[in-house]
Design a protein around this ligand. Sequence first.
Ligand SMILES: [Mg+2]
Length: 228
Amino acid sequence: MTVIRAIVTDIEGTTSSISFVKDVLFPYARKRLPAYVETHVDRPEVQHWLHEAAKEAGLVEASRQEIIELLQRWIDEDRKSTALKALQGMIWKDGYEAGDYRAHLYPEVAARLHAWRGDGLHLYVYSSGSVPAQKLFFQYSEAGDLTPMFAGYFDTETGPKRESASYEKIAEAIGELPQHLLFLSDISEELDAAKAAGFHTAWLLRPPLTVPDEPHHPAYTDFDAITL
Ligand SMILES: [Mg+2]
């Protein structure tokens, strides 16, 4: 008999809509970036990341305005830049704390996470957003602070989400054999990688998506439908 001891969940498209990140968080950072940089330019970490961004772009003598425009262009291109991620993270933190938005969750998610915890399961997050961004996301969710629910967080520092080695590392960090772990995601390639590492998988296909005739993974439209 299968014994699931811990669940590792993706965020975007799984616990939450992709559009919250795309249509709320990214435009917010883009809009706030110039004012944020101007008002926080004395902070050493802001200085540091502006400098890193300029360096990454190969700009030797860039004005503050040029760096801001560069960063906004990177947001539009969804560029994977550590400097951009760090600055966005600071801006999003301000936005969460100011109550400008709360992280979206599909309606059944919080109660189901509670229920799984009640059953003694340990819960983890694995998302391409940075670990600090994941923590903010669940701290300021529509269902309140869910961070006490999670035992740990993983991001792409552990490895790419479509490579099985990443899931092997996660299993090792959790301290459970992969056959006791369940990975939840909306992306079949991520589930393929998790399965190759020995995880159980659950494919979240949120409406209006539909379950294909022969899904490669057990497929569900919401968390309540998942059978352990
Ligand atoms: Mg996803």
